[in-house]
Design a binder for this molecule. Structure first.
Ligand code: S3P
Length: 443
């Protein structure tokens, strides 16, 4: 993909109603579960970002039928749990950790070999976090020596159920194990000390699977599935992604006089830590018309420009806003006083080392930042920093979008060296933002 430099310039207020694309996590899962269900599943609002298209492509290579229909909905015809077929080509998961890790889980309890790879960002990300538990279930793996892709998954035909306590708070690891457990006789249990996003659990229930949850004596949550499970095809509506909505929402907060409405955004509390934090910073954000669609809560968000104040973010909130720290840091850079973020070491193994990328980029824009291995403090002065920098994005969509949002508030423009990766999660980002009145262009 050729690099696409972009630049954001300060303009007037943002105003209007815009529908943000579908939730990335839910979109991946809806294709995967549709591919496992017997019968036909229709999916409305699927994110057609690069990451999700990789999942669709891989599932086709595994034998599922997945089509985009003329009316924009998607139709899957599944193979049944255990019914996937050996892929005759390498499964290239592009930029997507979720696609790679969840599908590695899924194929690990199918009796065939699959070869996975990814782009320059994905091949740097740790895979041992899934291969360790999946090996205990009977699969074997040949990865590069540091546990990175490319690598092969040799699925087992005699899977054994496990009980596994997550060493890192990760919905991807939890989901990889539960997906492997669907085709494993007996009860597979994942124990999580900190609650992570539960889209897998909710959607499995929507497809008729009995997912059990139990709070243990130490407060941890044990989540189990019993295999071999059957999924019944069910239609789905994918809510707008709260992680994507975060960009126009923070832009509206930072540009004086703005009022932006974002309909149908997912409000699952395992995802809304950013909004809770912004409200603590004083943000004028309302969740209107709260309702439920296909097992997930949604609401219309109304966001009005507000002068923010710095806060201390509780570390146990990290799993519910893990992808949102970069955009929070932009809000913090314009707030009054320090914003303290602790317990954020996982940011270092995302699409890029987000902790370093955010800290370096903000410093280049004139912000005082302190950072350590798993913490960061952003010192806001109560007005936007000077800006005037071109930020390296290291193939990271959220780094690109975060700094472009900051550039809408700074006196001097903020550019990013490559905005092409924005399409992994938010196709149409520039158009949508400019439709609200933002000034983002090539350059
Ligand atoms: C995701 C889980 C999170 C998140 C990612 C999507 C998912 O990753 O960062 O964007 O869909 O399960 P971890 O589980 O590694 O924290």
């Amino acid at each position: 993909m050729p690099a696409k430099p972009l630049v954001a310039r300060k303009g007037g207020a943002l105003a209007g109603t815009v529908r943000v694309p579908g939730d990335k996590s839910i979109s991946h899962r809806s294709l995967m579960f549709g591919a496992l269900a017997l019968g036909e599943t229709r999916i409305e609002g699927l994110l057609t970002g690069e990451d999700v298209l990789r999942t669709a492509d891989a599932l086709r290579a595994l034998g599922a039928s997945i089509e985009r229909l003329d009316d924009g909905t998607w139709r899957t015809r599944g193979r049944g749990v255990g019914g996937l077929a050996e892929p005759s080509r390498v499964l290239d998961m592009g930029n997507s950790g979720t696609a790679a890790r969840l599908l590695m889980g899924l194929v690990s309890t199918h009796p065939f070999t699959s070869i996975f790879t990814g782009d320059a960002s994905l091949v740097k990300r740790p895979m041992a976090r899934v291969t360790v538990p999946l090996s205990k279930m009977g699969a074997s793996f040949v990865l590069r020596s540091n546990g990175r892709l490319p690598g092969a998954v040799v699925g087992t035909n005699m899977p054994v159920p496990i009980e596994y306590r997550l060493p890192v708070a990760s919905a991807q690891v939890k989901s990889a194990i539960l997906l492997a457990g669907l085709n494993t006789p007996g009860r597979t249990t994942v124990i999580e000390a900190e609650p992570t996003r539960d889209h897998t659990e909710r959607m499995l229930r929507h497809f008729g699977v009995d997912v059990r949850e139990e709070v243990l004596e130490d407060g941890a949550l044990a989540v189990s599935v019993t295999g071999e499970a059957n999924l019944t095809a069910r239609d789905l509506v994918v809510p707008s992604d709260p992680s994507s909505a975060a960009f126009p929402a923070v832009a509206a907060l930072l540009c004086p006089g703005s009022e932006v409405r974002l309909p149908g955004v997912g409000t699952n509390t395992r995802r809304t830590g950013l909004y809770e934090t912004l409200k603590e910073m004083g943000a004028d954000i309302a969740f209107q018309d709260q309702r439920e669609e296909a097992g997930e809560p949604v609401a219309d968000l109304l966001v009005r420009a507000t002068a923010l104040k710095g806060v201390e973010v509780p570390p146990d909130r990290a799993p519910s806003m893990i992808d949102e720290y970069p955009i929070l840091a932009m809000a913090a850079a314009c707030a009054t006083g320090p914003t303290v973020m602790r317990g954020i070491g996982e940011l270092r193994v995302k699409e890029s080392d987000r902790l370093a990328m955010v800290a370096d980029g903000l410093v280049a824009c004139g912000v005082k930042v302190e950072a350590g291995e798993d913490w960061m403090v952003v010192h806001g002065t109560g007005k936007p920093p000077k800006g005037g920098a071109r930020i390296a994005t290291a193939l990271d969509h959220r780094i690109a979008m975060s700094f472009l949002v900051l550039g809408l508030a700074t006196d001097e423009p903020v550019g990013v060296d490559d905005g092409s990766f924005i399409d992994t999660s938010f196709p149409g980002f520039v158009r949508l933002m400019n439709g609200l009145g933002a000034g983002i262009g090539e350059g």
